[in-house]
Design a protein around this ligand. Structure first.
Ligand code: NAD
Ligand code: MG
Length: 391
């Protein structure tokens, strides 16, 4: 029996995680569930999974949830605030932590889980983008392990040799696949006019709003390039991105002898979640089977650098001092949020990201404090740019 904390339990990855856990009650118990604001959904989840703890962002909302749970006969204790996230991620009873908070807000809890030696199931790619070196250090110190939940990185882990010491010697490069999102074929000169609703209508995946917009700009793939660099120790020139509109081949590893190994499956996050939960074993995920005859064809094409200028920023950031990736992430979070609030145009997201990276001051960013300060400054400047660009 393994004990798990699910951070971001009310989101897209969080609810998919609970869907897989529901199939394996004899294998996993839930220690804690954490959400930001959605108290109603968290209430339902607590009644179903009876965790020892639940966490909400706000203290007043947490108190109300506590009363509702008591009235429903549920013994879950409700905590609140960012510190509580770290507490339930690092608690000694916990074996696995699903990090499925969105954005840099998930970093502190990911670090806490890593330091405490947990198996960290990392959906929150922003943690690695902002503080890749620190997170890897924390894992090494804590003796824990990091299993990516992002479908591309799960595919790469599944296609790499089990013996990690062979990774550098055997592998030529890795290939991250990308669907191209909802605007792969939309005339580029009309992109300035797209609405948040259009940007969030992903053709293959159903996801939270932030990652959906990131998929439409391909900033999601940019963040994934950085994520792959830290997870697999690949140099920027060893990381290739290929558009694959069907989202069936989830990513590939090209070996020195000319072999290419890939992982295929339906575009369903329950598969990489189940892989992370049971690693190195395989358990049922509830995802539908892949029927290749029905899919019929698999297409691949180079990403269009004009249409998706954000992708190149990842490679630029990886060649700059480490804080540059944190700058890119912070600017992007502010820009996406402003776009979702209809304050800026879709194409302004890239403008803000590129400007932020160009003016990044990130030479001495070895410590968490320095990164947090860099993140704060970048957000402040990006908000000023939003105000200038506001429509
Ligand atoms: P989502 O918006 O659906 O859910 C986000 C969750 O985080 C919610 O439970 C919310 O309550 C919680 N949260 C938000 N801000 C918080 C804060 N400040 N403190 C505590 N909790 C907070 O997002 P999602 O699509 O599930 O994505 C979660 C993470 O997984 C992101 O990093 C995303 O990039 C990554 N990811 C998602 C998918 C997917 O299919 N959805 C695929 C790959 C990677
Ligand atoms: Mg992905």
């Amino acid at each position: 029996m393994k004990t798990i904390t699910v951070l971001g339990s009310t989101g897209s990855i969080g609810t998919n995680t609970l869907a897989v856990l529901r199939l394996h009650r004899e294998r996993f118990t839930v220690f804690a569930l954490a959400a930001h604001r959605n108290a109603d959904k968290l209430f339902e989840q607590c009644v179903e999974f009876a965790p020892a703890y639940a966490v909400l962002g706000d203290a007043v909302a947490a108190q109300t949830l506590q009363q509702r749970l008591r009235a429903a006969g549920c013994a879950t204790e409700v905590l609140s605030g960012a510190q509580a996230l770290e507490q339930v991620a690092a608690a000694p009873q916990v074996d696995l932590v699903m990090a499925a908070i969105v954005g840099a807000a998930g970093l502190a809890a990911s670090l806490a889980a890593a330091r405490a030696g947990k198996r960290l199931l990392l959906a929150n790619k922003e943690s690695l983008v902002v503080a890749g070196d620190l997170l890897l250090q924390a894992l090494q110190q804590g003796g824990g392990e990091l299993i990516p939940i992002d479908s591309e990185h799960s595919a790469i882990l599944q296609s790499l040799p089990a013996d990690r010491s062979r990774w550098q010697a055997d592998v030529r490069n890795i290939v991250l696949t990308a669907s191209g999102g909802p605007f792969r074929q939309r005339p580029a000169q009309t992109l300035h006019a797209v609405t948040p609703q259009e940007a969030c209508a992903h053709p293959n995946w159903s996801m939270g709003a932030k990652i959906s917009v990131d998929s439409a700009t391909m900033m999601n793939k940019a963040l994934e390039v950085i994520e792959a660099h830290y997870l697999f120790g690949m140099r920027p020139e060893q990381i290739e991105v290929l558009i694959h509109p069907q989202s069936i081949v989830h990513s590939m590893v090209a070996y020195r002898d000319g072999s290419v190994l890939a992982q295929l499956g339906q575009p369903d996050m329950r598969t990489p979640i189940a892989y992370g939960l049971a690693y190195p074993q395989r358990i049922a995920s509830g995802a539908p089977w892949l029927d290749l005859a029905r899919v019929g064809r698999l297409d691949f094409e180079q990403p269009d650098a004009q249409r998706f200028p954000g992708l190149a920023l990842a490679f630029d950031a990886l060649r700059m001092p480490a804080g540059a990736c944190a700058v890119l992430n912070a600017a992007n979070e502010v820009a996406v949020d402003a776009f979702l609030q209809r304050r800026i145009r879709f194409t302004d997201i890239h403008r803000i990201n590129a400007d932020s990276l160009a003016s990044a001051q990130c030479s001495a960013c070895g410590s968490l404090e320095a990164l947090v300060e860099l993140d704060r400054q970048t957000r402040q400047q990006a908000r000023q740019r939003v105000a200038q660009l506001s429509v």
